[in-house]
Write a protein that binds this ligand. Structure first.
Ligand code: ADP
Ligand code: MG
Length: 676
């Protein structure tokens, strides 16, 4: 029998069972073997004297006395018998609704029971009983759906193992020898039926390495493919570039200069750039983007800057316009609000090369926009892109260099898994003279004092953001709603203009609200998190975040970054009465540091790797067993191995790498000779 045969070929898997398994994506025998337990119950295999009250135990002994059964109403029953453990301790075993065992239990024979140890009464409330000596200490627990029981599934796994006696290896022999990893069959058996913790550890080690190697092969092959051949080298005039930098309103920070060097040398190289630029909120990424765009345009090509929202697109277009006007460089803003004839004219100008730089939302590169000669595509505030989405974007921008900018720092521990296929540049220094934002945590009942602060800032001519998590009142969640807050604040601050912003407004309405806040026509802006990303109103010096404990640290930090963008001392007030410890730690951490990198590490610690990027658009792959943080060392080793493998001749010819080559081919990452 073959491991890729359908499950129905197993005796004991009928059509009905097969259907249940299919719901879980398990169709072939191999799928079942690969569906390893997601956790194990570790039954205490210690002794009666070492076990603690309440322990889950799995003990065997000899049946000492005739079992007793009591019957209750509705067919329920209770079975009890005495078991002699370690030839010394007589304990009572209780099982519910297992009267059928009564006839099978024979005095003097060995049985193994699993259950909870009640030390005071010397009894075991057993959930399971096996005849004979125990088998294995770790009990696998599978993630199952659609009415499958653990017992049922275990049986199917056993059937599958009985039928398959050979599995193709993925990890080459040489590597397995080097790290003392077990073969695939031993590994999968060890994951499903570990008789000892040691066996399990050995199997897990092999599994984790295999997962990391496959993943890194994918990333590194992708990286190699993207770099090979189809890029172009720009010829840059360094003198001209320096002149441009000199004419900026401020000297660049050391970190900005360093990352610009990294980007410029990418532009000059014939391979395609695939770079992530991370820098805290306000660290000055926009000017870095501007310099890269300037270099591209003066070398004779077009550049594009893509952002997640129209507000941000307009903001960037305006500031680039100011910067580039003296140099005769033309900027176009392409958003969904540019319609009809104007849009046609704009598209023509982009196609003919009359426009040098195009700013817009992501529709820019997804839609039917034709460029004359696009070379540099930059995406701003793009912290939630997964590998696949990044690949898609690069496929669209066929010959282009791509630069991703994000203000959400990626913890060092995650970068290798999440961005292993990219080069990373980091701005780790703030422009001089920034006043750190002062952050305070207020309880709900201190809101009057918080409003006094608003009075003070408004009297000084400043403006304030007030953030609420939800748009409308909700009975189920006790959260402040933006709309309710808006009504309340309009009354409380009746001498000032109050604006309301949320995601359900049309983009024209949003623009109006934003514009009147930017022009200081309104002094208070009540908003949901739509202002989270990139929005720049330097006169705003205060941000109040309601129910702050409901936000993640990264998001709170982004929100806080809306203030402190001008010369004024700025403040962030977190309002909340967190019930959970995590909530408390979050708010406390916010008051203690302004450093996005520190916060990112803390966020990861509080949430775990799986949640860090959010679920839907996770930048992380979902591993079955490996943990990108805990298994970082393995991931690093696997990355080096993947690079070495792809760079070796043998990889492309030797039979032992056939499995891995097949894997890359199936991912579409091996397109003929492009990789070789
Ligand atoms: P972010 O990295 O969050 O996108 P921005 O690019 O919007 O940050 O920069 C924030 C502010 O800092 C802008 O007003 C910008 O003009 C200013 N800035 C950028 N670089 C410097 C610098 N080297 N010195 C002084 N101010 C700077
Ligand atoms: Mg920015």
């Amino acid at each position: 029998m073959q491991n890729n045969d359908r499950l129905t070929t197993l005796k004991g898997v009928g059509p009905e069972m097969a259907k249940k398994l299919e719901v879980m994506g398990l169709v072939r025998i191999e799928d079942v073997l690969e569906h390893v337990p997601f956790r194990y119950e570790n039954y205490n295999s210690g002794t009666v004297t070492t076990a603690v009250h309440g322990d889950l135990v799995k003990w065997s002994g000899t049946v000492q006395a005739e079992p007793l059964v009591r019957y209750y109403s509705k067919g329920k029953n209770r079975l009890q018998f005495r078991l002699l453990l370690e030839d010394r301790y007589a304990v009572q075993v209780t099982m519910f609704n297992r009267a059928f065992y009564k006839e099978k239990l024979v005095i003097g024979e060995t049985v193994t029971v699993k259950g909870k140890w009640d030390m005071n009464r010397m009894t075991i409330s057993a959930t399971d009983l096996e005849f004979g000596a125990p088998s294995g200490g770790l009990q696998p627990i599978y993630s199952l759906r659609a009415g499958l029981t653990q017992k049922n599934f275990s049986r199917i796994v056993k059937l599958a193992f009985e039928q398959v006696n050979d599995l193709p290896e993925q990890v080459p022999q040489a590597i397995r020898d080097r790290y003392r990893l077990v073969d695939r069959m031993t590994m999968l058996r060890g994951m499903h039926f570990p008789d000892t913790v040691e066996t399990y550890k050995q199997a897990r080690r092999s599994y984790v390495y295999e997962e990391c190697l496959m993943y890194q092969l994918k990333l590194q092959a992708f990286r190699k493919m993207e770099r090979s051949g189809n890029g172009r080298a720009l010829h840059l005039d360094k003198h001209q570039l320096n002149e441009f930098v000199k004419r900026l309103a401020f000297p660049l920070t050391g970190a900005q200069t360093r990352v610009i060097r990294e980007i410029v040398s990418d532009l000059e190289r014939p391979e395609r750039m695939n770079r992530l630029l991370q820098g805290d909120v306000g660290s000055g990424k926009t000017v870095v983007a501007a310099i890269a765009l300037y270099a591209t345009v003066t070398a004779g090509y077009q550049g594009a800057l893509m952002v997640p929202t129209e507000i941000l697109a307009e903001q960037h277009a305006t500031s680039l316009q100011e910067l580039f006007e003296p140099f005769g460089i033309t900027i176009a803003l392409l958003t969904s609000s540019v319609k009809g004839k104007a849009r046609e004219a704009l598209l023509t100008a982009i196609r003919s090369g009359d426009v040098d730089i195009i700013v817009g939302t992501h529709a820019l590169i997804q839609g039917p926009v034709e460029f004359s000669n696009l070379h540099l595509a930059i995406t701003d505030e793009q912290h939630r892109f997964g590998v696949e989405q990044r690949k898609k974007l690069r496929d669209k921008a066929e010959f282009a260099d791509v630069l991703y900018m994000t203000a959400t720092p990626i913890p060092r521990t995650l970068a290798i898994s999440a961005f292993g296929e990219m080069d990373v540049s980091t701005i780790d220094e703030m422009p001089k003279g920034r006043k750190p934002i002062e952050t305070y945590w207020a309880k709900h009942d201190q809101i009057d004092r918080v409003h006094t602060m608003v009075d003070r800032e408004l009297a000084l001519g400043r403006q304030a953001y007030v953030i609420a998590p939800l748009i409308e009142e909700s009975d189920t969640l006790e959260v402040e709603s933006a709309t309710a807050l808006y009504e309340l604040l309009k009354e409380r601050f009746s001498n000032y203009g109050v604006g309301l912003m949320h995601g359900k407004l049309s983009s024209t309405e949003k623009d109006e609200v934003m514009k009147s806040f930017a022009d200081n026509a309104t002094q208070i802006l009540v908003s949901t998190t739509v202002v989270e990303v990139g929005v720049n109103v330097p006169n705003a010096s205060l941000i109040i975040i309601h129910d702050a404990e409901r936000f993640g640290l990264a998001q709170l930090h982004q929100l806080r970054g809306r203030v402190g963008r001008g010369a004024h001392q700025s403040f962030c007030i977190l309002v909340g009465d967190p019930k959970s410890d995590v909530g408390k730690v979050r708010l406390k951490t916010m008051t203690e540091t302004n450093d996005g990198f520190v916060l990112a590490e803390k966020d990861l610690e509080l949430r775990g790797a799986g949640d860090f990027f959010g679920t839907a658009q996770s930048g992380l792959p979902s591993f079955r067993v490996a943990d990108p943080v805990l298994d970082l060392k393995v991931m690093e080793v696997a990355m080096q191995d993947a690079v070495k493998l792809l760079g070796s001749d043998a990889f492309w010819h030797d039979a032992q790498y056939e499995g891995l080559r097949g894997y890359l081919k199936q991912l579409d990452l091996l397109v003929g000779e492009r990789l070789e």
